[in-house]
Design a binder for this molecule. Structure first.
Ligand code: ATP
Length: 355
């Protein structure tokens, strides 16, 4: 296990009476790709700005490479940053934009030229030295911004929603490229995003934030398959929730139904929420196994590789989403208006405190 490169200890940020960050602590290992994921206003940008020294926290401490940098001026910090809006200098060529940080470090003109050439090759823009930002597409401008952020070989790369201004195709492409580049360079990276798909595909570790606190820290797989709270479960991926009460050791009651549950209920009291991912709902041709429900397909939605159906189950108020492949859909005759039998497998259920 690699060592901690960046440590955030008990960070607080108050704007007037508003507590934007409430006791946030986090360790980032050397070479790790960490995503701050959360809805608008949860505090992810505030946290990134504190790491960059663009804002000072009202409490807590930031350590980078073993040094306390909480109050260090920006120019003494070791990071490169890419913003959502490219933030390139429009009156400078691509070469001068990328070399900007090298000039202030007194790197010789020849060395700068070589470094720019190398960086342009790295981001797939060889030969663009003399162009101006306005002559480049959004995706190309963001590559230049990335090259500029990497020019001084910083220990830390900060990415503030770098892909959200781009269209879906460019975004998906650049997502992969940034990830590969980060792995190749091994640079410790923190990316702010509100896009769960971006976080799931790029991060080694996701930090899910809500209302100024960290709800969960974990690998994409862990955060997706073992969400710690109803918020994480609903923000990362799609999740069905049913209101339920505890009816026994491994028994729940929702509406008229008794639901068996494999996991531990811990200290949870009534009322709770039982949850299941749409892809975990099973359709049955027939049968009365445990946790089976009869119902009707309200409508279906084609999602490309799969079909999402909205089900109205007998005795359950909330609609239930269920995903199936095209093949399954045809075999099981899942169509709007048709009756279905489905199962909520007991080992696929999650249970959360009620709302
Ligand atoms: P977004 O995705 O919309 O950028 P975010 O998760 O990055 O959201 P922040 O920008 O960190 O959220 O803001 C967290 C909270 O702090 C918000 O309620 C915001 O309105 C508030 N806030 C942020 N910066 C300031 C500021 N300089 N002055 C006052 N309030 C601020």
């Amino acid at each position: 296990m690699s060592s901690t490169y960046l440590a955030l200890n008990n960070i607080h940020q108050k704007f007037g009476t508003h507590l934007a960050l409430n006791d946030v602590s986090l360790d980032v290992a050397e070479g790790e790709f960490v995503c701050f994921l959360g809805p608008s206003g949860c505090g992810k940008t505030s946290l990134l700005r504190i790491i960059a020294g663009l804002d000072l926290p009202t409490g807590g401490q930031v350590n980078q490479a073993g040094k306390d940098i909480t109050y260090a001026p920006v120019k003494h910090r070791d990071f490169g940053i890419v913003f959502q809006s490219y933030a390139l200098f429009p009156n400078l060529t691509v070469e001068d934009n990328i070399a900007y940080g090298l000039v202030t470090q007194n790197v010789s003109a020849q060395e700068r030229r070589n470094r720019v050439k190398e960086l342009l090759a790295t981001v797939g823009l060889s030969g663009s030295e003399r162009k101006y930002p306005a002559q480049l597409s959004g995706g190309q401008q963001q590559r230049v911004a990335l090259a500029r952020a990497l020019a001084t070989s910083p220990g830390l790369l900060l990415l503030d929603e770098p892909l959200s201004a781009l269209d879906a195709r460019v975004r998906a492409h650049l997502r992969q490229e940034i990830k590969q580049l980060q792995e190749k360079l091994g640079v410790t990276t923190i990316m702010v995003t509100h896009d769960q798909e971006e976080a799931l595909t790029m991060a080694d570790k996701i930090v899910v934030m809500n209302h100024g606190i960290i709800e969960q820290i974990g690998s994409p797989q862990t955060v997706y398959s073992q969400p710690k709270s109803a918020f994480v479960a609903s923000f990362v991926g799609e999740m069905n929730f049913l209101q339920a009460d505890i009816a026994g050791d491994h028994l729940l009651k929702s509406g008229d139904h008794t639901i068996e549950f494999d996991g531990q209920l811990g200290q949870k009291k009534n009322a709770i929420q039982v949850a299941i991912r749409p892809e975990d709902v099973r359709f049955l041709a027939q049968g009365q196994d445990q946790n089976t429900f009869t119902g009707r397909v309200a409508h279906t939605e084609f999602l490309g590789s799969r079909v999402r159906s909205t089900l109205k189950l007998d005795g359950i108020e909330a609609p239930l989403l269920a995903d199936v492949s095209m093949n399954e859909m045809a075999t099981l005759n899942i169509e709007a208006g048709h009756s279905v039998i489905c199962q909520l497998p007991k080992d696929r259920l999650h249970v959360f405190e009620g709302v």
